[in-house]
Design a protein around this ligand. Structure first.
Ligand SMILES: Nc1ncnc2c1ncn2[C@@H]1O[C@H](COP(=O)(O)OP(=O)(O)OP(=O)(O)O)[C@@H](O)[C@H]1O
Ligand SMILES: [Mg+2]
Length: 710
């Protein structure tokens, strides 16, 4: 009996994960763009600041050169006017050849107050020094120098100069300046002033060269003064000379001077003297303030970016948490809906199966008693009726299992032992191509379950696994203790948190698609060909698990395999198992039996088959009637009662009353299903015997006999 899986499950709402990923991507993109933008702005800002720092340094450098050259220009003018004054007095003093005693006071007077001039001397027409404020010079010849040589040149300027040279008597360099002495229109000699660059050092030193250097340079390339004397590396002035010689009286540039550091240089030449003032400021120093700004700005920037990053991360976390919560809620709703769907299916099938069961009981019992009465040629037909009814009863049993209404004998089950005992049977049903492995946990708790149902569940799962591995594979049967926590219970609405014994059956087969997995537990859902599967295997496992207050979980991946995990509650009480019915018992008897059954046909048939076998039967149609019989005086050896009956009293209550009113009386329960509430009340735990419907007359008689003889 198979039903095709043509109808599809309704489309399910997908978790909102994709939209979160999308949002996350957008937020990250925006955040990165924002960071890049901020960095670009910051870099541009730093660049502008740097540029203006350099420009300010250039301006300072230029103004230093201008100021210093103007100062030098004034100094030279003063010097020139002193030389002119001396020239004017020359004739009165008798020219270069005049009396030294008269010359000297004039020269000394001219020198006093001019500390830039270290000596004033007079040379004659032959280049010999005749008078000097520096006595050791008197008598020396100065014929080598350019001053003497250009005395007669008509094109040379009024003031004659010479290339500076180190001073014999002082520190530093000396640069001679001279003016011709003319008498009667003839050049008779010259007055020479020795200009000392050293005298400017204090003044130049008072200017902050910012890690650079101020220099006084002669156009010949000779350096007169360097202040400060030493700066890390020697600063080259080649570019200054090059530019000066190209005719530029002033200028500036930034760059490496020689192989030294980068300098911000400017220069200004002093008119007519061949002197150039050069100011080189260190770029490094000029940028030190800027560098500090960058450092502080950088710190602030990094701080701001980190704070921004953290804010974004926090926001993403919150978004993610919300998305996860939403997904979890959706999943939970989904599972809840699944559980409810199975629940209502169970109620429907359970109701139908229950009524069917009573009908089948009638059919089976009636056919059974017909069997011994009809003529030989009719027997095969009655047999056929019985065969079909038996099959129907089996089917109903499976449906009852799914709808959690089968009679369960809940005992403490050693699942490991149960699994081990099934080893041989499993191997036989799985075939040689399937390798089996057992991973049984030591110290496994005992499960509170029905042993026969555990066996049937294992067999069902094993056969499903075999069918999923047509080309062979591996089947693993695993047991372990499991604690299902609140979180798990929240996600799986059909299970309570607590301790469970887990039995997992794993195969390496073709697995299930999500659609199949969703519907696998439904009764009559099968993907197998017509005639191969009824679609009741997993439904039974599910119903059994749920009825035992356990849980079933399916993990499956297409192409990889499937694990079905059955969770059975841990047995805490340690209830004893009942011994199996004694099959060799006699079926007849003379004892009197109180039969409590609400269904008239079932009652009639049961009464008939018991009376046939010699028993005395007292009938009661509900609990109240049964109680009044029990309170009466009739002898009763056994009470056979239905579990669930209309009216206020249940079979359990009838049994309890019987046990108190008639101590030693035997009680046999019968039912098409064990209602969940009856199970909770400990029907089986009381140690009572139970016969499930539909039963055949023979079965009833055998059970009654066995119980009476026990
Ligand atoms: N181990 C497994 N691997 C892959 N698919 C499975 C597995 N177990 C069950 N299924 C799928 O679930 C469906 C329902 O399984 P279920 O045991 O309830 O019914 P069935 O095996 O088809 O029939 P029956 O067990 O009644 O003979 C199967 O038809 C199959 O598609
Ligand atoms: Mg199956």
């Amino acid at each position: 009996m198979s039903v095709s899986n043509g109808e599809r499950a309704p489309p399910k709402a997908q978790p909102s994960a994709p939209s979160y990923a999308d949002l996350r991507r957008r937020v990250l993109l925006f955040a990165s763009l924002f960071c890049v933008f901020v960095l670009l702005v910051a870099f541009a800002g730093f660049g502008v600041l740097r540029q203006s720092a350099i420009q300010a340094a250039e301006k300072r450098s230029r103004s230093y050169s201008t100021i210093l050259s103007a100062h030098l220009d004034r100094t030279m003018n003063a010097l020139e006017s002193r030389l002119t004054q001396i020239g004017v007095q020359s004739d009165r003093l008798g020219g270069p050849g005049g009396n030294d005693a008269r010359w000297l006071p004039v020269l000394q007077a001219a020198r006093s107050g001019a500390n830039t001039v270290v000596s004033l001397s007079v040379i004659d027409r032959d280049g010999v020094i005749r008078h000097s404020t520096l006595t050791p010079l008197v008598g020396r010849e100065r014929r080598e120098g350019t001053i003497y040589q250009s005395l007669d040149a008509s094109t040379s300027p009024e003031i004659l100069t010479e290339t500076p040279s180190p001073s014999e008597f002082h520190d530093g360099m000396i640069m001679p300046f001279a003016r011709r002495l003319i008498s009667n229109g003839r050049v008779v000699g010259a007055v020479v002033a020795a200009f000392s660059a050293e005298s400017l050092r204090d003044f130049y030193g008072s200017i902050d060269a910012e890690g650079g250097q101020i220099r006084l340079l002669h156009e010949s390339g000779v350096s007169l003064l360097e202040e400060p004397r030493v700066v890390g590396q020697r600063i080259s002035v080649d570019r200054v000379l090059e530019s000066y010689r190209a005719g530029k009286a002033s200028g500036g540039f930034i760059g490496l001077l020689g192989d030294g550091p980068v300098m911000i240089t400017s220069y200004a030449a002093v008119r007519d003297t061949g002197l150039i003032v050069v100011t080189s400021l260190s770029e490094q120093q000029a940028l030190s303030a800027w560098r500090q700004e960058v450092l502080i700005g950088g710190f602030i920037l990094v701080g701001v970016l980190i704070a921004f990053g953290l804010a974004v991360a926090l926001m993403l976390r919150q978004l993610e948490a919300r998305a996860v919560a939403e997904t979890a809620l959706l999943q939970q709703q989904q599972r809840f809906a699944d559980a409810q769907r199975l629940e209502s299916l169970g109620q429907l099938t359970g109701g139908v199966a229950h009524d069917f069961n009573n009908l089948l009981t009638v059919i089976i019992n009636a056919s059974d008693s017909l069997l011994s009465r009809v003529s030989e040629d009719l027997r095969p037909r009655v047999d056929a009726i019985l065969y079909a009814a038996d099959n129907a009863a089996n089917l109903i049993k499976q449906l009852l299992a799914f709808s959690r209404r089968q009679a369960l004998q809940l005992v403490a089950v050693d699942v490991n032992a149960t699994v081990a005992a099934m080893d041989e049977m499993l191997r036989r049903s799985l075939g040689v191509r399937v390798e089996t492995e057992f991973v049984l946990a030591p110290n496994l708790w005992r499960a509170h379950a029905d042993r026969a149902q555990v066996e049937s569940a294992l067999l069902n799962l094993g056969i499903n696994a075999r069918d999923a591995m047509p080309d062979g594979g591996k089947l693993t049967i695993e047991t372990h203790n499991a604690h299902l926590d609140d979180h798990y219970a929240a996600l799986n609405p059909d299970v309570a948190p607590g301790d469970y014994v887990a039995l997992a059956v794993t195969d390496t087969g073709f697995g299930m698609t999500p659609d199949v997995r969703e519907r696998a537990l439904e009764p009559f859902f099968t993907t197998k060909e017509v005639g191969k599967g009824s679609g009741l295997g997993l439904s039974m496992v599910y119903g059994f698990a749920r009825q035992s207050k356990g849980h079933v979980k399916i993990y499956s991946e297409v192409g990889r395999g499937t694990t079905v995990r059955l969770y059975l509650p841990r047995d805490l009480a340690g209830v004893e198992a009942l011994p199996a019915a004694d099959s060799g018992a006699l079926e007849t008897g003379t004892e009197s039996i109180l039969l409590v059954e609400d269904d008239a046909q079932v009652r009639m048939l049961a009464t008939a088959s018991l009376r046939e076998r010699g028993y005395t039967v007292i009938e009661a149609t509900n609990g109240a009637e049964a109680i009044s019989v029990l309170d009466g005086g009739e002898h009763i050896d056994l009470v056979l009662t239905d579990v669930v009956m209309p009216g206020a009293l249940t079979g359990r209550e009838v049994a309890d009353h019987a046990l108190t009113a008639r101590p030693g009386v035997k009680v046999l329960f019968t039912s098409g299903y064990a209602d969940a509430s009856v199970m909770r009340n400990g029907l089986i735990a009381a140690g009572a015997r139970f016969l499930s419907k539909p039963y055949r007359g023979g079965q009833l008689a055998a059970t009654v006999r066995a119980l009476l003889d026990a």
